[in-house]
Design a binder for this molecule. Structure first.
Ligand code: SF4
Length: 338
């Protein structure tokens, strides 16, 4: 495997090593060691990115898989991901990538180095739309590569999409914003106590969602409903009410959990997901249940007309023209083909 270590952005020198300022952990990293994410380490007194250009997953996916339901529905998006994560969810559905640096998952020989130029070439020659998703594991932890790739894609009219836990500091986020078109943020719990179980905190994630929305990035939010972590109806009431205070138009996805990695509680009960959806719908116009085999169509919040029919990844835009309901003319918040 070709590797290319890159000096990290957002760090400062300290007597004991280097302090990383990329995410709210603010790790103090000593020589030869790495931070909580495993992806940033100190070498010769400098903080470096260990996963710069290290592409561990690459595919062309339906955009609904991110999930993004109100961003060019029915499109296919070039998707890439790396290794490492700055949260430690015991139920991680992608632990082979996120926990790679802890020795869980594949071998480093299986991971390709893909330069930004190569990536852009692959996107331009692909059969998907001109869109790239930074996804699969946590894009924050290969920040420098994503920044360079987003900048280059943006220059060439390729859209950039993040699928993220939102656990990032304000300054690095600002640097991404001019190149970012859409994001799905995983809001894992609406309790500090819930986030503590995952090795993080809630407040910075709320700040990220707010900032993305205010900056005009298309935002959708996902909550994986995990028994014992994020399965309270009261919490759902508070979460959806807060999200609606930004805008009731923000699409919200409730996703079904399945046992994985170190968490063996049974899968989320379908009935609970439905009750949570009812609670969220008191505040938000578009609430979807995911990871289940059922209808996830979009209806007009004004007249109830069917706008986008979804059966699995089969998507038909049936009642929408230029982002407006064909029946009553109400706009559907999001981005749509002309
Ligand atoms: S990005 Fe990684 S090294 Fe930097 S503060 Fe966050 S967890 Fe620590």
């Amino acid at each position: 495997m070709e590797t290319q270590m890159k000096e990290a952005l957002f760090w400062s020198e300290e007597k004991e090593g280097a302090r990383c300022h990329l995410c709210p952990h603010h790790c103090l990293v000593r020589e030869g060691k790495s931070g909580i994410c495993g992806a940033r380490a100190v070498r010769d007194g400098k903080l470096v990115s260990l996963n710069y250009g290290r592409v561990a997953g690459m595919a062309i996916d339906p955009i609904e898989k991110k999930p993004l339901f109100h961003f060019y529905p029915g499109s296919r998006i070039f998707s890439i991901g790396t290794l490492g994560c700055n949260l430690h969810c015991p139920f991680c559905q992608n632990a082979g990538l996120s926990r790679f640096f802890d020795g869980y998952g594949g071998k480093s020989e299986d991971i390709d180095f893909v330069s930004v130029e190569e990536l852009v070439g692959l996107v331009e020659r692909s059969q998907g739309e001109r869109m790239v998703a930074y996804t699969y594991s946590e894009p924050i932890v290969w920040y420098e590569y994503v920044l360079e790739a987003m900048e280059e894609c943006h220059k060439r009219g390729i859209k950039n999409v993040l699928v993220t836990n939102g656990y990032i500091e304000a300054e690095p986020l600002e640097k991404w914003l001019p190149f970012l078109d859409a994001a799905n943020v995983d809001l894992k719990s609406f309790r500090e106590e819930g986030y503590r179980k995952l090795g993080g905190s809630l407040a910075p994630v709320k700040t990220t969602i707010r900032r993305l929305f205010e900056a005009g990035v298309h935002v959708e939010v996902t909550t994986l409903v995990v028994p014992g972590v994020s399965d309270s109806l009261l919490e759902m009431e508070e979460l959806s009410s807060w999200l609606a205070s930004l805008s009731p138009e923000i699409p919200f996805h409730l996703s079904r959990y399945f046992p994985h990695y170190r968490y063996q509680e049974p899968p989320t009960a379908i009935d609970l997901l439905h009750r949570m959806r009812e609670v969220a719908k008191r505040h938000l116009h578009h609430v979807y249940v995911g990871n289940v085999m059922e209808d996830a169509s979009t209806f007009c919040a004004g007249c109830g007309q069917l706008l986008i029919r979804r059966t699995g990844y089969q998507v038909d835009v049936v009642g929408l023209e230029k982002g407006k309901c064909l029946h009553c003319g109400r706009s559907l918040w999001g981005r749509y083909a002309d």
